[in-house]
Design a protein around this ligand. Structure first.
Ligand SMILES: O=P(O)(O)O[C@H]1O[C@H](CO)[C@@H](O)[C@H]1O
Ligand SMILES: Nc1nc2[nH]cnc2c(=O)[nH]1
Length: 308
């Protein structure tokens, strides 16, 4: 397999995280230039599959897989439930690219690397991301298996100065300072709610605020109580860097969390969250999620919210 080089200086800024600038600049990401399996049709939507949610990629027609280990310098998936490949194909009539496996800060990647695939997608012509994740439910109305359309986020790593955008700004992707007050597109959220309604999913679909923590540990009771006080509905360890990268380069964002566990906010219980429970909950809801995302993508196309 041969890969054409696309200068990666367009993808990354210099980082003060100890990463080798030369390696960054050498990273070949021109999937269109793959002479074995070129991406001939530009994907319009990128779907980032959360923990245990990889089945969203398996339903594509005319699928082509690009395992991460075959993409030089691409990060590798290390978390169970993240297969580690890009899958390109069609969801209905829409060309899409799925990340079956995302990158998390706790795996050891700096935030710029966690969300670097978003810039690859931008260069491939992607106009919208559908970002999904598994999350712990803080809102007392949420149950395991519920779906939360993300209305907004609280970026805890950002409070400590960590950002995908830290370092020199690459003006070719977007401005130094980026507005995030409407990061999660209002029109797309409205449309998703009407799709959920049409599919009879109203009793388990909510809208709320997601927060990202660094992980990999789950939260203490005191931390979860603090988050509740702040109006946070669900907590996870991802998504925010991808959304910031996307908004910076003008990609529209729609996101949802699958509530895989109820956060333990009391000291009077032996309940503990674990990753197996997270994956089991994701697996139980996969058929509904596939139905929801397929109908959403179809409606986005009909509403002409992506180009023809
Ligand atoms: O956010 P995704 O990738 O869905 O995964 C979530 O599930 C894992 C914990 O079980 C963490 O990685 C958390 O972020
Ligand atoms: N931080 C965090 N991430 C999760 N991912 C799935 N469930 C959880 C949770 O309870 N906390």
């Amino acid at each position: 397999m041969r890969w054409a080089l696309l200068s990666n200086s367009r993808l990354h800024h210099d980082s003060s995280n100890g990463h080798n600038r030369q390696q960054q600049d050498d990273t070949p990401l021109a999937l269109r230039g793959n002479t074995v399996n070129p991406i001939s049709v530009a994907p319009k939507i990128a779907i980032i599959c959360g923990s245990g949610l990889g089945s969203l990629a398996t339903i594509l027609d005319e699928k082509i897989d690009f395992p991460y280990e075959q993409i030089p310098h691409f990060p590798q998936s290390t978390v169970p439930g993240h297969a580690g490949k890009l899958v390109v194909g069609k969801m209905g009539k829409v060309p899409v690219i799925c990340m079956q496996g995302r990158f998390h800060y706790y795996e050891g990647y700096p935030l710029w690397k966690c969300a670097m695939p978003i810039r690859v997608f931008k260069l491939l012509g992607v106009e919208m991301i559908v970002v999904t994740n598994a999350a712990g439910g803080l809102n007392p109305d949420y149950k395991v298996g519920d779906l939360m359309i993300i209305k907004d986020h609280v970026n805890f790593p950002g409070f400590a100065g960590e950002s995908f955008l830290r370092g020199p700004n690459d003006e070719r992707f977007g401005p130094r300072f980026v507005a995030l007050n409407s990061a999660y597109d209002t029109e797309l959220r409205k449309l998703a709610k009407s799709v959920a309604s049409e599919l009879g999913m109203n009793d388990f679909v909510h809208e709320g605020v997601y927060t990202m923590v660094g992980g990999p540990n789950f939260e203490t009771v005191a931390e979860l109580r603090l988050m509740k006080l702040l109006g946070i509905d669900a907590v996870g360890m991802s998504t925010v860097p991808e959304v910031i990268a996307a908004r910076h380069c003008g990609i529209k964002c729609f996101g949802f969390s699958l509530i895989t566990n109820e956060c333990v906010t009391s000291y009077d219980t032996d309940d503990e969250p674990d990753h197996e429970e997270v994956m089991e909950a994701a697996s139980r809801r996969q058929n509904d999620l596939v139905r929801f995302v397929t109908a959403f993508v179809d409606t986005v196309k009909s509403a002409e919210l992506i180009s023809k």
